[in-house]
Ligand binder design. Structure first.
Ligand code: AHG
Ligand code: MN
Ligand code: MN
Length: 346
């Protein structure tokens, strides 16, 4: 990672004002959205930190629209983010992993559409392992008709105006981009403020860590099996074998990938023919961050952010991280496309 260190503390608020001053015509609305999200993030971070000592830990007994168990903290994070966005009246609708349809906010004339995964990595809540929140912001396309429809939200990732994540880890970190670099902030709990830790994070072009749930090995396509075998081979010159790291919270795995380089993969498999991760509130925002930091994100065939969405909760396979690692796995996928194991020795 290359860093641009500050010689004094810069708060998120100050950063927002500096950024706004650079664009004299800016309305400040997008800045307000970031303020809203950062406030919700502080509240969620506080709750995450005391999850073990309050009654908030554990299942709430219901399942979300995807049939997964919903934990109390997921619902807490969902409602905090929605009410923070409701407050400033500039967001017309929210699409959340925890809600089946679009959530219309009271300011139906608001310019922005926000996608979010309020609590990512929820299976890690009970075991005190890092979790996160992800958000992705779009402009509503202007129309005479003010009625809000799901189609308004079906825009490719290239149309994101901003995106980011909050990682509740050993410290709470906020990563944010508006398409001009990626900035990182760290929450100072004693000040209650996010402090700028890096204005321009750059992912290494190549990394020696691969991150994938290897339990599904048997149901991967051949090219992926071959690539993972390549990562595990002994070759001193190219620094292999690479290390395997898999946290099981996409935000945490991606944050490590951003800082240290390497690749994160969630492929299609027999169990998840279209991949497991959600295009609109997991893959697009994290792809925007990684691309802005100089990395790459594809679904194995095309750039994630070029995918034309057809449904708000659609899934996609994802190969994301350092440019060289992602290009390399793509070469393997192409070389072995359509081939069966019996034809090729693994
Ligand atoms: P969520 O908690 O929002 O449902 O997301 C969980 C996701 C993602 O964070 C992680 O990378 C992936 O599920 C892990 O899935 P596997 O357990 O199948 O590896
Ligand atoms: Mn998630
Ligand atoms: Mn989630």
């Amino acid at each position: 990672m290359t860093t641009q260190k500050e010689d004094r503390l810069v708060t998120l608020e100050e950063f927002i004002i500096q950024a706004q001053n650079r664009f004299p015509g800016a309305t400040g609305e997008l800045s307000q959205l970031l303020r809203d999200i950062s406030l919700a993030a502080k509240i969620i971070s506080r709750e995450v930190n005391k999850a073990g000592i309050t009654n908030i830990l554990g299942y709430d007994g219901s399942t979300n629209i995807h049939g997964e168990s919903v934990k109390k903290l997921d619902l807490f994070a969902d409602s905090q983010l929605i009410s923070a966005l409701e407050r400033s009246g500039i967001t017309c609708m929210v699409i959340s992993e925890e809600n089946d349809g679009i959530v219309q906010l009271s300011s139906s004339g608001g310019k922005y559409i926000v996608y979010m995964d309020p609590l990512d990595g929820s299976s890690n809540i009970d075991v005190n392992v890092s979790i996160g929140s992800i958000f992705s912001i779009y402009m509503r396309e202007p129309r005479f008709d003010q009625t809000l429809r799901e189609e308004d939200a079906l825009q490719p990732g290239t149309k994101q105006v901003a995106a980011g994540y909050v990682l509740y880890g050993s410290s709470t970190t906020l990563a944010y981009t508006t398409g001009l670099n990626v900035s990182l902030f760290t929450l100072d709990p004693s000040l209650g403020e996010f402090i700028l830790s890096d204005r321009k994070v750059q992912i290494p072009d190549h990394g020696k860590i691969y991150s994938i749930n290897e339990g599904s090995y048997n149901s991967w396509e051949l090219g992926l099996k071959k690539y993972i075998k390549y990562c595990q081979e002994d070759d001193q010159e190219s620094g292999r074998p690479y290390s395997a790291r898999y946290i099981g919270s996409m935000v945490a795995d991606l944050h490590r990938t951003l800082i240290k380089g390497g690749i994160f993969i969630y492929p299609h498999s027999k169990r998840y023919p279209n991949g497991k991760l959600r295009l609109m509130y997991e893959c697009n925002p994290l792809s925007f961050i990684i691309e802005q930091a100089g990395g790459m994100a594809t679904d194995g065939h095309q750039r994630i952010m070029d995918i034309e969405p057809t449904a708000i909760h659609q899934q996609t396979p994802i190969y994301i991280g350092s440019k060289e690692n992602v290009s390399h796995v793509m070469d393997f996928l192409h070389e072995f496309a359509g081939k069966e194991e019996a034809e090729v020795e693994i």
